[in-house]
Design a protein around this ligand. Sequence first.
Ligand SMILES: NC(=O)c1ccc[n+]([C@@H]2O[C@H](COP(=O)([O-])OP(=O)(O)OC[C@H]3O[C@@H](n4cnc5c(N)ncnc54)[C@H](OP(=O)(O)O)[C@@H]3O)[C@@H](O)[C@H]2O)c1
Length: 266
Amino acid sequence: MSVIAVLGAGKIGEALLSGLLHGGRKPGDLLFTERHPERAAELTARYGVAGVDVPDAARRADVLVVAVKPQDIDPVLAELAPLLRPETLVVSLCAGLPTSLYERKLPEGTPVVRVMPNTPMVVGEAMSAISPGRHATGEHLAVVEELLSCVGAVVRVPEAQQDAVTALSGSGPAYFFFLVEAMIDAGILLGLPRNVSEQLIIQSAKGAAKMLAETGEHPVTLREAVTSPAGTTINAIRELEKHGVRAALLAAIEAARDRSVELGKG
Ligand SMILES: NC(=O)c1ccc[n+]([C@@H]2O[C@H](COP(=O)([O-])OP(=O)(O)OC[C@H]3O[C@@H](n4cnc5c(N)ncnc54)[C@H](OP(=O)(O)O)[C@@H]3O)[C@@H](O)[C@H]2O)c1
């Protein structure tokens, strides 16, 4: 079994460590790096995984997962570059950073796989899209797929589509949170207690997501099934259309994609 080191054990890094352990990896096959000794000690106590420094991670790991904030990447790559073994696979979870950045700063031939995960990774329900760099093979992609399947679903996309993925599933959970928040407010407007309104909406969201995932039916079919003639749902749908909710979603996601492109240039 290969040794995996997570560089930067923040929210996403910790979620990955936890998922890998749940998925059956042994604590001895995992490592992490962390700037704050108290945080490192806390993680070791919680998961039994050793906190190491970057040189140690580079020496021991077969797979290095970079999970620092994008703005912290330069010192990490500068430290890694002289230490990296040629066969080490580098997996980037950093939003917006292209594989070409790693390829420029790391030794020639380093295999790099770029991942766009999302926050439901903390509950084992991430949606991760992966793209190979110039030197990553199908075998490298399979390794990353296996690794990320411990914390959710994985899809392969060409790197050119990563800005669209960022806008769709990277930011996606926020759109659902926004929608749920608005629907809970609607319940309060109708006179329901907040806790009841929350329960009604969160369970409805869970149920709807499960139906979409498990029935394989198109969303239109599922919606039509609850939209009876002259009923309540069609009245609500008319208002959603009148207020341009569909067009707003298209424009919002396009704006997120444009911002991702802009940040990538930076
Ligand atoms: N959260 C999301 O929704 C999400 C979604 C998709 C992708 N991502 C990507 O996942 C990455 C991590 O995000 P996050 O939300 O987990 O951020 P985070 O909680 O800030 O975690 C990053 C961790 O890396 C540590 N770090 C920074 N430089 C380091 C270094 N040189 N050596 C060791 N550790 C270092 C940070 O320490 P300090 O606390 O000292 O800074 C922090 O603990 C980001 O690149 C982000 O773009 C996040």
